[in-house]
Design a protein around this ligand. Structure first.
Ligand code: 5GP
Length: 164
């Protein structure tokens, strides 16, 4: 059996369109899409066009291994958005995957006191996620290969002339 779930760029296009369709059919009309950097950027960009939402914000959240890797928790990295920007707004938080759900929980908690409504959209949700997302394209318990993070960062090619 396949131990990995692979999302290709092609399927990502279809998944994000289908996610947008579900959000639209549900009648949710977000004022702001809040993207969780970096994986959520792709989803947020695609949803922004498909839902005709131009107001996109980003939040930098990184998952940190605590001492001895027992204290795994996500932390916000600067620049942290101004919560005032979200007051009385309908927010759609976009990310690639809800795994433990801790990242989405942190972001939801950050905005929840100020907003008119907050909902979450992800391509994948895993069964143990403590945040149950309103909009999910697919549920899986496998490790996911995303098209944007499957390849390692580019390096200088051997023998390449850069200043020709
Ligand atoms: P959380 O556990 O807070 O829900 O997810 C934290 C982050 O871990 C995700 O935003 C994503 O970057 C990464 N992550 C979790 N599960 C997977 C996975 O199956 N594949 C990949 N590539 N990243 C994952």
């Amino acid at each position: 059996p396949d131990e990995r779930e692979t999302l290709t760029w092609q399927i990502f296009g279809e998944a994000s369109r289908s996610l947008a369709q579900a959000i639209h059919e549900d009648g949710y009309e977000p004022d702001i899409i809040l993207s969780i950097v970096r994986g959520g950027l792709f989803v947020a960009g695609a949803l922004g066009y498909a839902l005709d939402v131009k107001n996109l914000h980003t939040m930098n959240v990184e998952f940190y291994d605590g001492i001895g890797s027992t204290l795994d928790m996500p932390v916000m990295l600067p620049p942290v958005p101004n919560a005032i920007d979200f007051s009385e707004k309908k927010i759609l938080i976009a990310d690639d995957v809800a795994d433990t759900g801790k990242t989405l929980e942190l972001v939801k908690d950050f905005v929840k006191d100020h907003v008119a409504d907050v909902r979450t959209a992800v391509i994948y949700e895993k069964p143990n996620s403590l945040v149950k997302c309103e909009y999910v394209w697919k549920r899986t318990d496998k490790w996911i290969n995303f098209p944007w993070s499957t390849l390692p960062p580019v390096t200088k090619r051997e023998g390449q002339v850069l200043d020709a």
